[in-house]
Design a protein around this ligand. Sequence first.
Ligand SMILES: Cc1cc2nc3c(=O)[nH]c(=O)nc-3n(C[C@H](O)[C@H](O)[C@H](O)COP(=O)(O)OP(=O)(O)OC[C@H]3O[C@@H](n4cnc5c(N)ncnc54)[C@H](O)[C@@H]3O)c2cc1C
Length: 458
Amino acid sequence: MKTDVVIIGGGPGGTTAAMYLAREGIQSIIVEKDLFPRYHIGESMTGECGAIIRDLGLESIMLDDEHPQKYGVNVYGAEGKNRWFIPVMARDENNDLQTQFTWQVRRSVFDKRMLEAAVERGATLLQATAVKPLINEDGDVCGIQVRMPDGNLEDIEAEMVLDCSGQNTFLANSGITGPKYVGNYDKQIAIFSQVANTIRDGVDDPEHHKDNTLIFYQKKYHWGWFIPLDDDVVSVGIVVPSAYFVEKGESKDDFVKRELRELNPELARRVPDTTLLEPARSVVNYSFQVKRFTGKGYICIGDAHRFLDPIFSFGLYVSMKEAQLASKAIKAYFDGANRDADNPFADYQAYVEKGIDVLEDSLDAFWEQPLAFARIVYSLHRPYMIDVFAGRIYEGQPSPAALAFQKLLRRDRQYDSEDIYSVPIGSRYHPERAPIWNTASSMVRTADGEALVNYFDS
Ligand SMILES: Cc1cc2nc3c(=O)[nH]c(=O)nc-3n(C[C@H](O)[C@H](O)[C@H](O)COP(=O)(O)OP(=O)(O)OC[C@H]3O[C@@H](n4cnc5c(N)ncnc54)[C@H](O)[C@@H]3O)c2cc1C
């Protein structure tokens, strides 16, 4: 088989890429190992994620599917009394902030719709598993080998490989990229399920909209989420240091139920009925960063090269935004730009890496200095932080808010060379520990000995 671009993964990153490539007249094959619909975590969108959906002309599908509309995020302090709110807002043509809404999505429904839309617009879907990259005589990536459902191996030749395999990090695991480092939040575990009969806010204003995301802080690295999925069902998740989970010695279900009662008084009030609608799932060690995630013949998108921390719901947006930006970079490359460069996508790589650095500084400041963070978000630099929470992290950065976070963290970002840019000096970033990843030493077990791996891997 032959195509212009082969895309590994039919999640939102892969399908967004396919749709933007189609807009540029570029052919793609999406290789997806799972049959959709399939479960996936990552249900709350940022404002700019909604903007991509609108740009793709998919708003009417979102409305038909009745995904809840999100107007903002309420973050509750440990006692459940103090709270700060960040609205979803867009910038209009005069650069003024305007109220906007985005969506909460059941990923089984949303991802399937995206895949169908990509195929309708010309992408070819191949139900298969990518097993290894193909390398040409110059040592460049020139396609992938896939295993078909009948077990046969087939080669797909392509001028570009887009790795949208999410936390499976296909190209990093194949040794094509630079090394994969554990990230700042690598010793965390997220355990999640769904509940009903919850107490939701009213609907009369954006701050108290019934479908907003609620975040409940307990203490450093210990928090919970509340994300409405329809009028009855709410996704709930508990995120803690893995050591704390092991110390509790509980099953995943019992852990979630007890934390729903104990983590934060406001969470307990909101979820009076802790009956879980489905068995709890988990993700461990989800925080990592891959160096040199672009090169001749390949680009890694979103989770396939970097994931920080789920707390403020940036994952879907980063994957979809990078897919949009990468499609433009690929079009330029196909039209002749940077054909002879060692890495034709070096500028793209620096651009998107700096955007995630803005998120990293924000998240690290939240965990290291929550009170100062709240003051910056709520009063000192509110418009800039409304931008960051929406996902406007690429242009006009570092903003005064981003610089305030760097000051709080005593962090000086260096962008001197391809290899060292983005290393946050003074943070808990620890390249010396690379390349440990998902080794036995980072395994988390329940009280009855069950090894918890990412459900992504199961
Ligand atoms: C606990 C937790 C909570 C989160 N909450 C949020 C949230 O509220 N909001 C948010 O925006 N983000 C959230 N995220 C992040 C979000 O889940 C991801 O950022 C998002 O799904 C990334 O999309 P993607 O398309 O890059 O990858 P994915 O959605 O993971 O899609 C990758 C696809 O590739 C396929 N694939 C993988 N390997 C292969 C292979 N070898 N061959 C063929 N196919 C392959 C997989 O089957 C999958 O369908 C959360 C993450 C975690 C861990």
